[in-house]
Design a protein. Structure first.
Length: 201
């Protein structure tokens, strides 16, 4: 029998048992720490994310040819203008709920505000072109035509497909942000209740 074997045989069984238990406890603690040492998101980190404010996830370039006609006894007046605009879809982090970040097991779940049009004044008036004009037109007439172009652009661009594309971009970009902060498992969803309330309002 070797010297090592003799030395081992001299150690009481109870000591060996305690040593094994201590080793198991040590392993369990290390596994726990390795899994959960990064789940505490500080208030400062949350405020930094909220401070982003409006976060754009999709920009849609659009142009519309819009016309209007004034009918008269001696002839009709017609005005045709071309409007250009960029509709930006995204979320406003200032509209996030009080507990928009939460842990679900070992996964950090972020509930973002619904994707929406970030800027209602998306038409670039400096680029507006008068395609055709006959007769006289007031500023009020031009304003009505502008509003008509605004409605047409919204209808063309704010489609379920474009909103879904913006949401997918949001999941990718926001998930990447959270992982860069040390969270390996993340989940990004949207506050559908707020979206329904906005549509009803």
């Amino acid at each position: 029998m070797s010297k090592f074997s003799k030395l081992v045989s001299l150690i009481p069984f109870r000591v060996w048992l305690y040593a094994v238990l201590a080793f198991v406890v040590f392993i369990v603690i290390m596994v726990f720490i390795s899994r959960y040492d990064k789940i505490d998101l500080t208030p400062n980190q949350i405020q930094q994310i909220e401070a982003i404010g409006e976060w754009e996830f999709l920009a849609i370039e659009n142009e519309e040819l819009v016309d209007t006609v004034k009918y008269g006894f001696f002839g009709d007046d017609k005005l045709v203008r071309i409007y250009y605009g960029t509709l930006r879809l995204g979320v406003n982090m200032h509209e996030a709920g009080p507990r928009w970040l939460s842990m679900q097991g070992d996964t950090l779940c972020a509930t973002l505000p619904p994707v929406k049009l970030l800027d209602a004044n998306f038409i670039d008036e400096a680029r507006t072109q008068s395609f055709f004009s006959s007769g006289s037109w007031s500023d009020a007439d031009r304003e009505l035509l502008y509003q008509k172009a605004n409605v047409m652009m919204r209808k063309r661009c704010l489609t379920p497909a474009n909103i879904a594309l913006a949401e997918n971009n949001a999941r990718l970009q926001f998930g990447s942000l959270l992982r860069s902060m040390g969270f390996d498992k993340t989940k990004v969803v949207f506050d559908n209740a707020k979206s329904v309330a906005q549509k009803e309002g």
